[in-house]
Design a binder for this molecule. Sequence first.
Ligand code: IMP
Length: 432
Amino acid sequence: MPVSIKNDVPVQLVLGTQWGDEGKGKIVDILGESADVVARYQGGPNAGHTVKIQDEQYILHLIPSGILRSHTKCVIGNGVVINPQSLMTEIQFLIEKGIDCMDRLFISQNAHLILPYHEKLDKAFETLKGEKSIGTTGRGIGPSYADKVSRIGIRMNDLLDEKLLKEKVDYNVKLKNGFLQHVCHEGGVNGKEILKSLLQFRDQIKERITDTRWMLYKSLQDGKKILLEGAQGTLLDIDLGTYPFVTSSNTTSGGSFPGLGLGFRQLNRVVGVVKAYTTRVGNGPFPTELTGDFGDKIRQVGGEYGATTGRPRRCGWFDAVIGRYAVQVNDLDVLAITKLDVLDALETIQICTGYTYKGKTLETMPTDCDILQKVEPVYESMPGWQQPLNEIKEYGDLPQNTKDYLNRLEELVQKPIGIVSVGPHRSETIFP
Ligand code: IMP
């Protein structure tokens, strides 16, 4: 049975349950209406959160989608990796659209930077991998997180100490240029230029650098409502996803604790965003992928092209094995179903209810990519509704076949639906 999500809890988290691109931006925008603070906890400008307000489309990469609600404060947490140029471009884009964002943006002093050598290394690693490449966004995400874990990363706070910053840049440039030039046979980067642009960035942004953990703690003590915005999706999680075809952060709910400095008991509700079908961008296994004309049709109707890179997304049927896995690893409370309207014209809709491997039914999702590549999806067919959904406002007014499809999704993943999105606009949202 669907449930209604009320904004009655202090901390609520919205995250993707598949391979990203589930439509989290719109759900954050909807729930952001009653949030005081919206915070990102992982990822970087590899994300592309799309929100449509009237005729205007906003694609946000680093700044939380909550910025589009004029009353919210927005936090880029310590778990996020920041490309200075991307951030300034995004701020400029918002200012040009008339959105006052500078005073409402708070950036963690401990967030790591993505520098030109990270992007170069990301692309060089992909080239070296050849056929085994991951299909990254090329934004330098992996190398920046690698530096963080290797304890040689440069953080926002380092911008405030010029001498230390120079030492850190010099050390990294020496290391990275050695690799780029001698292993990859490519040109290196110029440390002086990097330092110069970092100091310019510092002058533009220094007022926004703060202890965001403390700010969130105090906000909670003051009775404020906080919405956490996940990026990418569950199956792109560095630990729990389809490794190595994953991103380099913890995209799952657990990532929000170290990514913001919250304690796990502070999280009151986890909303899992589930696209009514499945997509994936980049390489790696995808059991329910539709490769022929049908996949092309879904891609076309759903506008399934990467919001960050423009790459065509691979499309496939809804996969309940993934849904159940996402429920388990994120401890989801409720589902937000998105892009249901993309299925409007279909006569029959397939749902993957389970996998078999070597003739045996699997109990859960294998995270070994070699096995996942070879599983056979078990499908169940349901009749489509073959009518537009986007003008329907009440759950009860949905066609019976649509309700049957949604009920079946709930049954298969064992969690209730709390939001149904039937179009990109705010008004095209149904709360059961
Ligand atoms: P990276 O995050 O750029 O290192 O890319 C690693 C993998 O995650 C690639 O398959 C990307 O296509 C995928 N990925 C990264 N960010 C997103 C996203 O926001 N949506 C969907 N896929 C993403």
